[in-house]
Write a protein that binds this ligand. Structure first.
Ligand SMILES: Cc1cc2nc3c(=O)[nH]c(=O)nc-3n(C[C@H](O)[C@H](O)[C@H](O)COP(=O)(O)OP(=O)(O)OC[C@H]3O[C@@H](n4cnc5c(N)ncnc54)[C@H](O)[C@@H]3O)c2cc1C
Length: 352
């Protein structure tokens, strides 16, 4: 991508340094949306959800996204959700026509839970790293798309210490202040990052820094407190994974001081740096179509393996990488289980 712009810049459409900064802001935004650097995306398939995007304004959920699963397990009636249960092995019967023997999940604490059907919503990052033992092993048609689809890491690695830092991906810093110094009418605001060589016309000079706190979300309305979330993307997000928390906070608050023309960096009362790649229950942020991905990979991810049914954002080809994709896939998985247990559901026909 940077190569294409280099050519464009020297021939038909010369860009000024400011225009280059603006263009690279949009690159950073694309890298954020896909959770990976643009040069690691499938050229043909990167825009996997094209035509299915929801229209309308962006919105934030009051109290944060955890309100969604909380509401789902509390209403309309309280569900028995077991917290703190780490699954290490899943036994399933790959025969779609029979649910005998039953499926079971083996937890790290020794508890074994049996069921007629299980819905597997393990993140693609966890599946790619083989952190869960499947018995029998997953069939080739399921194992291959798991490896082909992207989740911010390209190689299978077996332990945290083996993860290559160059492929780590950190995304956000949550900053809590004691007062609001920004324009609360704006839900988000950004900054056009400078190139490594000031005002360079060479696109390569923008790649490393374009995504460093290029965007801030104003979370006052949803948190009820002076909270900003600073976003990192692309190379900057990967570099940030090995940086000290304080260095990142200083970089974020430096930019805030510039945007709002403050005399000094604003000092947060609290700062949280997220590192999703290191989280053993996530191993990344969300799925994307990488160079090896093939059309149909998401559909294969969604396909049932006997009495183990699959759900999660990485199984939703129409709305991948999103909460609504995960939710929609859950509805699909629930209907698969019901149909497997009681047969095809025929909608009632109203007689005219
Ligand atoms: C920084 C960031 C910003 C995002 N912003 C948005 C956004 O604005 N809008 C949007 O729609 N989406 C957004 N997403 C994406 C969205 O969060 C995901 O697509 C969605 O949460 C995926 O849901 P899921 O159920 O598939 O997986 P998850 O939410 O990851 O759920 C998988 C569950 O499996 C559990 N698990 C893993 N391993 C084990 C184990 N061994 N034993 C037991 N449990 C295990 C995990 O703890 C987790 O609870 C964002 C993601 C990130 C990281």
């Amino acid at each position: 991508m940077d190569g294409i712009i280099s050519k464009t810049n020297t021939s038909r459409v010369p860009l000024s340094a400011l225009e280059m900064r603006l263009l690279h802001w949009h690159y950073a935004n694309l890298e954020y949306a896909n959770a990976v650097n643009v040069d690691q995306l499938s050229l043909g398939g990167w825009d996997q959800d094209q035509g299915n995007e929801f229209e309308g304004r962006h919105s934030e959920i009051k109290g944060g996204y955890s309100q969604v699963p909380r509401a789902l397990f509390k209403y309309p009636q309280y569900m028995d959700v077991k917290l703190g249960k780490v699954v290490k092995e899943i036994h399933y019967n790959p025969d779609n026509g029979s649910n005998e023997p039953r499926a079971s999940v083996q937890c790290e604490d020794g508890e074994k839970i049996e069921a007629d059907y299980i819905v597997n919503t393990l993140p693609l990052g966890v599946l790619k790293e083989g952190l869960i033992n499947f018995n029998p092993p997953l069939p080739k048609w399921k194992a291959e798309p798991i490896q082909r689809l992207g989740f911010g890491v390209l190689n299978k690695v077996s332990s945290l210490l083996n993860i290559e830092t160059s492929k780590l991906n950190c995304k956000q810093v949550v900053l809590v202040f004691d007062r609001i110094f920004w324009d609360v009418r704006r839900d988000m605001f950004g900054i056009l990052n400078q190139s490594v060589k000031t005002d360079s016309l060479n696109p390569k000079d923008y790649a490393t820094d374009r995504g460093m706190f290029y965007l801030f979300w104003n979370c006052v309305k949803t948190s009820g407190a002076p909270v900003l979330v600073g976003v990192m993307a692309g190379d900057a997000a990967r570099a940030a994974e090995s940086m000290d928390d304080q260095v990142l906070v200083d970089m974020a608050t430096d930019r805030l001081a510039k945007i709002f023309q403050l005399k000094a960096r604003p000092v947060p009362t609290e700062a949280i740096v997220t590192r999703w790649r290191r989280d053993r229950f996530a191993r990344g942020s969300y799925s994307y179509m990488g160079p090896e991905s093939q059309p149909g990979d998401y559909e294969a991810m969604a396909a049932r393996t006997g009495n183990m049914v699959w759900a999660g954002e990485g199984t939703c080809g129409t709305h991948p990488a999103t909460v609504h994709g995960a939710f929609i896939s859950g509805l699909r998985a629930a209907s698969e289980v019901v149909q497997a247990m009681i047969g095809q559901i025929v909608p009632p026909v109203v007689q005219g």
